[in-house]
Design a protein around this ligand. Structure first.
Ligand code: UDP
Length: 311
């Protein structure tokens, strides 16, 4: 098996590269490194079954030889990153998806699109099931990511329906773990970095908005199972254990024994008020369930950030 992973030097992508290598696949990791980090794949570089290709997948791509699986994970994925790269985000979700689907068609490869809970926008239904169509502001600041991913889903289904391509769509909810960038602006690295530096923890709004955090190894396991399933509609993957951002900040304070205060900052535009996956579909279809408890996952993530800050 030979598997192409776009965005393979990113947070989730690099864990996927590891998993597919462990499953004895040859892995081609493609990344343009705008938000990915070569450090994430440094330890894989000596492996003869691992190849790194530096390329922007929004441009035409040619890969020699057979490819059995394509996982399209390239995209800025944190609100701060996609606000910093709005056009690149729109392009990789649209042109990048088209290019990878075209490659999958040419190689007769299985295809898996990394989509997102952002397709549900600021949801009016809770928890979110896959049959909910969402509440997205197309011209808001998050629209560049949300609409690109919605387009990507539509394009993926069109390739499935028109060309009979064996496609899969995962809607990824908030995920955390080692190899997140400390400066990616998301709540986990932000608050953990602040706690470890003894700085105030920035909670946006009054902190009553909720999220549900999934540890990266659980997510990767679900993705691996989904790729091998015969199912083409979107599947939510995430941890249904929901917490308010204020309580989450308090958990981080407790875990780090930091003496930091909590500092309230303005809530960014279109910040979803609630988010929790309904994972019935993943449970039934994949026999999948997150296993890593939040405290355990947070401890492992904090240890990683401690190491990053010390080096
Ligand atoms: N957030 C926060 N403080 C921060 C960073 C984020 O309170 O320093 C909040 C943010 O407003 C959102 C939640 O934490 O309500 C999760 O934000 P994140 O950027 O991780 O991703 P999102 O789930 O919004 O895509």
């Amino acid at each position: 098996m030979r598997t192409l992973i776009t965005g393979g030097a990113g947070f989730v992508g690099s864990h996927l590269c590891e998993r597919f290598l462990a499953e004895r696949h040859d892995v081609v990791c493609l990344d343009n490194l705008i938000t990915g980090n070569p450090f994430n794949i440094q330890h894989l570089q000596g492996n003869p079954r691992f190849t790194f290709v530096r390329h922007n997948i929004s441009n035409h791509v040619e890969i020699d030889g057979p490819i059995d699986n394509i996982l399209h994970f390239a995209s800025p994925a944190s609100p701060v990153d996609y606000l910093r790269h709005p056009i690149a985000t729109l392009k990789v979700g649209s042109l990048g998806t088209h290019n990878t689907l075209g490659l999958a068609k040419a190689k007769s490869a299985r295809y898996l699109l990394a989509s997102t809970s952002e397709v549900y926008g600021d949801p009016e239904r809770h928890p979110q099931r896959e049959d909910y169509w969402g509440n997205v502001n197309p011209i808001g600041i998050r629209g560049v990511y949300d609409e690109a991913k919605r387009f990507a889903e539509a394009m993926t289904m069109a390739y499935h329906r028109s060309h009979g391509l064996n496609t899969h769509i995962v809607r990824i909810f908030n995920t955390y773990g080692p190899r997140m960038r400390l400066d990616d602006g998301r709540v986990v690295p932000n608050l953990m970095g602040q706690a470890l530096r003894g700085q105030p923890l920035t909670v946006f709004g009054d902190g009553s908005q909720t999220r549900s955090f999934c540890f990266v190894s659980d997510l990767v396991d679900g993705i691996y199972r989904l790729l091998n399933a015969e199912f083409h509609e979107p599947v939510n993957l995430g941890n249904p254990n929901e917490v308010s951002i204020l309580d989450f900040a308090k958990e981080i304070l407790q875990l780090s024994s930091a003496k930091s205060q909590i500092e309230f900052k303005p809530l960014p535009q279109d910040d979803p008020k609630v988010r929790r996956p309904d994972i019935t579909r993943a449970r039934m279809l994949l026999g999948w369930e997150p296993k890593v408890d939040r405290h355990d996952g947070m401890r492992r993530t904090m240890d990683y950030f401690r190491g990053t800050l010390a080096s």
